[in-house]
Design a protein around this ligand. Structure first.
Ligand SMILES: Cc1cc2nc3c(=O)[nH]c(=O)nc-3n(C[C@H](O)[C@H](O)[C@H](O)COP(=O)(O)O)c2cc1C
Length: 172
């Protein structure tokens, strides 16, 4: 079923761009969104980084996702309450969000906040990333999520900017 989404409106000071990135693609997207909105960038960092070896990471991620693990994060957002619109970025891991993003969504009170999901992927698109974010954050309002190919993220600036325009009005 089509889920209800809103177009958000906020001043730059009330926009947070939070992301987890293992290999840099979601970070690149987050940095573009930060530039396009003037919001504040926040990297979601697990205390224990995922293994640098790709296959080891894929296996660990699978186990954690199946077990619903929420890995401990290294840092909290300062003054979380002041943000109204929160872009939440994740790589598509096994068709859902990376576990540190699940921890992030479970760590704050999102009542009355607007979450705008963004995802980079290896061909699987948004998959269940957005619907699983909605399940993790039932009190938040959701904007229309964006899914971008990780491989071509460096050429996706225009598509990213167009999607940002669609999901948020930045009040000056
Ligand atoms: C553990 C793991 C699982 C992944 N699972 C999927 C998947 O199910 N579908 C998909 O399209 N891409 C999958 N990928 C590819 C990533 O989503 C893609 O490379 C993404 O752009 C990586 O973002 P990052 O550089 O910010 O970590 C997976 C990558 C990893 C490391």
């Amino acid at each position: 079923a089509e889920q209800e989404t809103v177009k958000a409106a906020a001043e730059p000071g009330k926009i947070l761009v939070a992301y987890y990135s293992y290999s840099g693609n979601t970070r690149f997207a987050a940095e573009q969104i930060q530039k396009d909105t003037g919001g504040t960038l926040f990297e979601i960092k697990p205390v224990k980084p995922y293994p640098a070896d790709y296959n080891a990471c894929v296996e660990l991620a699978k186990r954690e996702i199946n077990a619903g693990v929420k890995p401990e994060l290294a840092e909290k957002v300062k003054e979380f309450d002041k943000y109204d619109v929160i872009f939440v970025g994740t790589p598509n891991w096994w068709s859902t969000m990376a576990p540190p993003v699940l921890t992030f969504l479970s760590s704050y009170d999102f009542s009355g906040k607007t979450i705008i999901p963004f995802v980079t992927h290896g061909g699987g698109g948004m998959a269940r990333c957005e619907s699983d974010m909605r399940k993790a954050c039932p009190k938040a309002v959701f904007g229309k999520g964006g899914a971008f190919s990780g491989r071509s993220i460096k050429e996706a600036g225009t598509a990213l900017a167009r999607w940002v325009d669609e999901v948020v009005t930045v009040k000056k």
